[in-house]
Ligand binder design. Structure first.
Ligand code: ATP
Ligand code: MG
Length: 357
């Protein structure tokens, strides 16, 4: 008899802009993969939470919504924000915070068949994972305004760094680096100018390196890091940085890899007490919403990352391989210099799964 197939319950939240288009594409490809491999099953439940429902109800998540979400093994998320309602973090934060998704993981690479804007960068030269502290730091929301409207008006934005949070993200980063072939971790700070929180980062990195003797640790200041990403992309592998620094570095990384339409983001609760959330790195892209030309590749890679987190690493690798094969065949959306539509790329990936797996 065949071994029992595990069934994973996936909550999908397409939300705003191109979110519904790319999540549809992602689910189509995931279903094809499950049908072809026959090693696991997927059950999807859709949640229509978005900026639109927020405008109507004043809530991102209806009462009891989080408990409903908690029943799932993973969350597949589209994008938030609509032009007239720049909520930025609203819905995402309403999930990330209670679910303690403190590790934000952003892999980036140059796919076969695509081009980095860096003249000297070939496929294989740029293959990074950026790990972003997702719970505190510069985005902790501590601060305030005083003397408003006066010439001496003052605003403070206090960055919060607790040993607890720095240690847990650093441990996660070391473990990630250790799991990759090069076992190289670059710890990014600005400890020459920010002499408290960033120094704590450096100290924790140094302490923890004793527990991971096989991982090479490399310290970088964030300003020098931007130069190194552009000039020596092949010298980097796993990168860990604070909330703000990693936010900026990962946008740079996405651009260097060729398009923001490629890369995924995982919001992980490494304790696995709560479901983790997987989303494409790009936003709602309202300039192309409804046009059918959004690049679904970021969502496909996101789906592959989700499978990996669920324990289906091999299925995730196979999916990503099929996606790269399709890129290599030249089936590319406009952002990657091609002419294909979302639907054409999605169908090409489904065909590739059917014919090669
Ligand atoms: P947000 O604040 O929601 O992150 P943003 O202003 O950072 O939004 P995006 O929505 O990510 O911006 O879009 C930035 C640019 O990249 C836009 O021109 C958009 O059309 C393009 N873009 C984003 N995602 C995709 C995609 N999947 N396919 C093609 N183009 C995309
Ligand atoms: Mg953005």
């Amino acid at each position: 008899a065949l071994p029992a197939q595990p069934t994973y319950r996936i909550a999908s939240i397409p939300a705003d802009g191109i979110g519904p288009e790319v999540i549809d594409a992602g689910i189509q490809v995931l279903q094809q993969l499950a049908e072809t491999l026959k090693t696991f099953k997927l059950e999807f439940k859709h949640f229509d939470w978005s900026s639109e429902t927020y405008k109507k109800t004043g809530k991102y998540i209806p009462d009891g919504g989080l408990d409903e979400l908690r029943k799932h093994d993973a969350i597949l998320f589209g994008a938030v924000d609509v032009p007239d309602h720049i909520s930025l973090w609203g819905l995402r934060l309403a999930i990330c915070q209670p679910f303690q998704q403190y590790a934000n993981v952003r892999p980036t690479k140059v796919f076969r068949g695509t081009q980095s804007p860096l003249r000297t960068c070939n496929t294989g030269d740029l293959d990074w994972v950026i790990i972003r502290e997702n719970s505190e730091g510069e985005y902790a929301g501590h601060g305030g305004r005083s003397h408003v409207g006066k010439p001496w008006e003052t605003a403070t934005e206090v960055a919060i760094f607790t040993r607890h949070s720095v240690e847990r993200i650093m441990r996660f980063a070391f473990e990630t680096a250790q799991s990759r072939p090069r076992k190289l971790l670059t710890v990014v700070t600005k400890s020459n100018a920010q002499r408290n929180g960033m120094v704590l980062w450096d100290e924790v990195a140094k302490e923890m390196s004793a527990e991971f003797p096989d991982v090479t640790v490399d310290k970088m200041l964030v300003d020098a890091m931007t130069t190194r990403m552009v000039l020596k992309p092949e010298s980097l592998d796993t990168i860990v940085a604070s909330n703000l620094h990693a936010d900026i570095l990962s946008d740079l990384a996405a651009a260097l890899a060729g398009s923001i339409g490629i890369a995924p983001t995982s919001n992980l609760d490494p304790t696995r007490e709560n479901p983790s959330m997987f989303e494409p790195i790009h936003g709602s892209a309202f300039d192309i919403t409804g046009m059918g030309i959004a690049n679904p590749v970021a969502t496909f890679w996101t789906a592959a990352e989700m499978l990996g987190w669920l324990g289906e690493e091999e299925a995730g690798r196979k999916l990503l391989d099929c996606v790269e094969n399709v890129c290599e065949k030249g089936v590319l959306t406009r952002d990657l210099g091609g002419k294909a539509t979302t639907k054409e790329v999605t169908e090409a990936v489904c065909d590739e799964i059917r014919s090669t797996l």
